[in-house]
Design a protein around this ligand. Structure first.
Ligand code: FAD
Length: 408
């Protein structure tokens, strides 16, 4: 058994940002990050990669390069938790003991939940911006499609960046519009959920964007199977009487966002809630049953929208609360559910959806955040990636402090 003061599971957006943030507050902390991957990704860029607007190589750095100094990197995957003993086990056989544990392991993309999908991803016009190796193929498909049918899918939420499935549609359609071939391409959006977006205030403008590209929106329509060679996809929906209807669609291009679930090692372990997410208090991010455990980012149960922008705020709250706990003081900060989804509705047009728990609007800029603006596009393309690598992952967070901090 090896021992560390603070153990973080996952070296993604949340894990790295939190370690950096804690070390800025207290440089002598003994922190270990358990992370099996050699690569760290800035996933929000993949939407732009799929539109030929961002180099995929700039969305990835080595894990070594982003690991804050002096964090100890345990290069393995966690397999199980024993919170009563404050230990966890890793795939490499190591048992690690902690004073405090933060789980920031992200979520699982279920590519194989859709029969026929895995065999055809990356060929036959079937693609997804949800993987670094496939996002460049989205751009190839967009350029190769000059007529026919283009289908875009969204699974049931929660998913990471719930706006990303429709961002892929808007940016593809904007390219076809620019080339003067939009009229030759029939576009459909198939969303397993019942609304275009979780926050109602943004829906009218999003519907208007769909209409401007003549895209047909199918709500409650779930992708259930793909045959890439035959270029066919099958969707299921329920009619008014609850009977399942299955429809077959031919396509020239298919952009798929896979179903997303908690990781199995979390879901089947003692830290999970009934749905399989790391159970946390929505305000403090502390586990309700194990006081020395916290959840951060996509893997945890708080009902915020799962984005890196949300993590930017959660990190400050968690770092402050964790250090207070270590000092035997009351936890000073509460998370309001802030999240942001920059919805690229066209080239140089972006709706910056910022909101908290229960869909409360939390705009940083302007009185009405719902219309598309050009400034948001430049922020998404140039400013946000820079902020991510140079501020968020370095624990420089003056920009991330909640507006009304320290609810005691
Ligand atoms: P991740 O960054 O996914 O990291 C999880 C880490 O845990 C990984 O490194 C993984 O290897 C590791 N791990 C997994 N299993 C184990 C294990 N057993 N043991 C140890 N470690 C493990 N967010 C925005 O804010 N704005 C956007 O515009 C935006 N657009 C997006 C577009 C796309 C296409 C995608 C895919 C995502 C987008 N996001 C966006 C969402 C954002 O990228 C995620 O919400 C964020 O990266 C989640 O961070 P995380 O630390 O929770 O998980």
């Amino acid at each position: 058994t090896r021992t560390h003061d603070i153990v973080i599971v996952g070296g993604g957006s949340g894990g790295i940002a939190l370690a950096a943030s804690l070390l800025r507050r207290q440089a002598n902390l003994d922190i270990a990050i358990i992370e099996p991957s050699d690569q760290h990704y800035y996933q929000p860029a993949w939407t732009l990669v799929g539109a030929g607007e961002f180099d995929v190589a700039s969305s990835v750095k080595t894990m070594h390069a982003v690991m804050p100094n002096p964090v100890k990197w345990i290069k393995s995957a966690v397999t199980s938790f024993a919170p009563d003993e404050s230990t966890l086990s890793c795939e490499n056989g190591e048992v690690v003991q902690y004073q405090q544990l933060i789980v920031a392991a992200g979520l699982t993309l279920l590519w194989d939940a859709i029969p026929g999908l895995v065999e055809t991803l990356g060929k036959n016009g079937v693609t997804s911006n949800y993987r670094a190796d496939l996002a460049p193929y989205t751009w190839e498909c967009v350029q190769a499609t000059r007529s026919g049918t283009a289908l875009f899918t969204q699974p049931m939420v929660p998913i990471k960046c719930a706006g990303a499935p429709q961002k892929a549609l808007y940016l593809s359609a904007a390219h076809w519009q620019k080339k003067g071939i939009l009229g030759n391409i029939h576009i459909e959006f198939h969303n397993a959920g019942g609304a275009l977006f979780s926050v109602p205030d943004f829906i009218p403008n999003l519907q208007a964007q769909m209409a401007s590209y003549s895209a047909q929106v199918n709500l409650g329509s779930t992708l259930v199977a793909v045959d890439g060679v035959a270029k066919k996809a099958w969707f299921e929906s329920k009619d008014a009487d609850g009977n399942v209807q299955r429809v077959e669609k031919s396509f020239d291009m298919l952009h798929v966002v896979p179903p997303q679930k908690p990781h199995r090692f979390i879901k089947e372990g003692p830290l999970a809630n009934a749905d399989g997410w790391v159970e946390v208090d929505n305000a403090t991010l502390q586990h309700p049953r194990f006081a020395n455990v916290f959840g951060l980012g996509d893997c945890m149960s708080a009902p915020n929208s799962k984005t890196a922008a949300a993590i930017r705020k959660q990190v400050v709250i968690l770092a402050e609360n964790l250090l207070a706990l270590r000092a035997g003081k009351p936890m000073p900060m509460k998370y309001d559910g802030y999240s942001a989804c920059p919805i690229t509705v066209g080239h140089h047009k972006l709706i910056l959806a910022e909101f908290g728990y229960n869909g409360v609007l939390m705009p940083t800029f302007g009185k009405d955040p719902t219309p598309p603006r050009a400034i948001g596009w430049y922020m998404k393309k140039y400013l946000f990636p820079w902020l991510y690598w140079n501020l968020m992952l370095k624990g420089r967070e003056w920009f991330a402090r909640p507006k009304k901090p320290a609810v005691k």
